[in-house]
Write a protein that binds this ligand. Structure first.
Ligand code: ADP
Ligand code: MG
Ligand code: MG
Length: 204
């Protein structure tokens, strides 16, 4: 069984609820190592996503993720467009009524590669890529092991969480956190935490 349209809707709705609950704390991390607008940027993106899905209701999970991408791409801040590209990669991976784990894995891989190409961040630079890249690897391994969608997402969630937590001790080489140098050490990257929150939301 793949991820059907109802499942994809539930995933995004849960992501939105959980982000709302954490937005202030994530914005606070961006304040300590950036300019503090991260929570507001993503909140605004998620409201645009809601509007987009109402105006152009998707008929398949891939199309739903393209709607999510649309909402993010039209948002300010660095993270909005980068998340938009990531979700576009996921959306473009499937046009079937149910997205398979292989399609999700492919989409996350392509989306992560696009974020890396345009943002120029590599793993270890203290960005969202530090959660995206291990999640992509975990999904590919789950496909190779023949896991189902839920099992694969659970592994991706664990890998993304571990990657996000590892950003705490990193010195940023990309984004605003790079401007503050060692001051950002000891601060978790909010973009990476949001990737972990996204995968966690599928399981809630
Ligand atoms: P800003 O206020 O700097 O425009 P946001 O506050 O919206 O950006 O987003 C900050 C997040 O964006 C960071 O936590 C980090 O994960 C991510 N980020 C910043 N620069 C890059 C980059 N070059 N590549 C990937 N992610 C990045
Ligand atoms: Mg910011
Ligand atoms: Mg900003």
């Amino acid at each position: 069984m793949g991820l059907d349209l109802d499942g994809a809707y539930a995933w995004i709705a849960s992501f939105q609820r959980r982000f709302e609950a954490e937005a202030t704390e994530l914005g606070e991390l961006d304040r300590r190592a950036g300019d503090g607008d991260f929570g507001a940027n993503i909140r605004r993106a998620l409201r645009r996503v809601e509007r987009r899905l109402d105006e152009a209701p998707p008929s398949a999970p891939g199309e739903l993720f393209l709607g999510v991408a649309h909402g993010f791409l039209n948002t300010g801040g660095t993270s909005g467009p980068l998340f938009g590209l990531w979700f576009r990669g996921i959306g473009q991976a499937s046009d079937a009524p149910a997205m398979t784990l292989a399609e999700l894995a492919k989409g996350v891989d392509v989306g992560t590669a696009t974020v890396q190409r345009l943002g120029k961040a590599r793993p270890g630079d203290k960005t969202m890529v530090d959660a995206m890249a291990p999640a992509a690897d975990a999904l590919a391994a789950a496909v190779a092991d023949g896991l189902n969608v839920a099992g694969g997402i659970a592994l991706a969630a664990d890998a993304a969480r571990a990657g996000a937590l590892a950003t705490e001790s990193m010195r940023a080489r990309r984004g605003r956190a790079a401007y503050v140098g060692d001051v950002a050490r000891g601060v978790l990257d909010p973009g990476a935490l949001t990737v972990a929150l996204f995968f966690d939301s599928a399981l809630a």
